[in-house]
Write a protein that binds this ligand. Structure first.
Ligand code: ADP
Ligand code: MG
Length: 243
């Protein structure tokens, strides 16, 4: 369902992503691990065209773009295929939880407001936020804000949800509730690509783990391989340090 070929990204002279190939099947949970500064966020951002790739091809669902020659319309179509959960939540401060989740349904999908709010309510209930529908982000804990962020991503109706370290800005007490919501999503076979430092979580939910370092995919495989029997020395060293 997702096919990335030869994806590269340069910032000036620095090649941050080097010829990345990536395949993700429908319903698959792919977890990306690796040291910081390795290009994990850049990879996710390129998939959503938040960052413009320097080269390569991206296909998500039935939308395929070639980084060399891509039209505005193709970028728009590609963006609709995925949604993002950011480390920093990135909620609208002047909108309630309900309005934050309904926003893309109204602006991107052109749904009538009542229908969008009703869908948003259901999604917020599904992430355990029924008591906080009318609250503004500043009235919510970090864990609650991130659950709104996840409900908002679910509302986008894309093929895949991209998570960039969704728990790393949270106080430790809020991490588990956010991971629990992600586990529930994984059970429903929502296709997800998750960058995380939560190794235990990765081990539990991933169908495939990708270890990235220095802008390349060093090794990928099932969690049993990456955590239990890594084939590459650098994977071995990283996993040993992270454990
Ligand atoms: P990770 O998410 O694995 O920590 P990033 O994808 O954020 O890594 O960053 C990879 C490299 O790209 C880093 O060296 C970072 O400094 C650089 N980088 C990221 N974004 C930009 C940018 N907008 N301009 C210049 N360099 C950037
Ligand atoms: Mg990052």
């Amino acid at each position: 369902m997702i096919e990335v070929k030869n994806l590269s990204k340069r910032f000036g002279d620095v090649e941050v992503l080097k010829q990345i190939d990536l395949d993700v099947k429908q319903g698959e949970i792919v977890v990306i691990i690796g040291p910081s500064g390795t290009g994990k966020s850049t990879l996710l951002r390129c998939l959503n065209y938040l960052e413009v790739p320097s080269g390569g091809e991206i296909q998500i669902g039935d939308v395929r773009v070639n980084a060399g020659k891509v039209s505005k319309n193709e970028i728009h179509q590609l963006r609709k295929q995925s949604s993002f959960v950011f480390q920093s939540y990135a909620l609208f401060a002047n909108k309630t939880a309900l309005e934050n989740v309904a926003e893309s349904l109204i602006t991107v999908w052109k749904e009538p407001k009542d229908k969008a709010l009703e869908t948003a309510r259901k999604l917020l209930v599904s992430v355990g936020m029924e008591a906080h529908l009318e609250k503004y982000p500043a009235q919510l804990s970090g864990g609650q804000q991130q659950r709104v962020g996840i409900a908002r991503a679910m509302a986008c109706k894309g093929e895949v949800i991209l998570f960039d370290e969704p728990t790393s800005a949270l106080d430790p007490e809020w991490v588990e509730e956010v991971l629990a919501v992600m586990k529930a999503l994984a059970k429903q076979k929502q296709t997800m690509i998750v960058v995380t430092h939560e190794m235990q979580f990765a081990r539990e939910i991933a169908d495939k783990v990708i270890f990235m370092e220095g802008g390349v995919i060093v090794e990928q495989g099932p969690p049993s391989q990456i955590f239990g029997n890594p084939q590459n020395e650098r994977t071995k060293a990283f996993v040993a340090r992270a454990a």
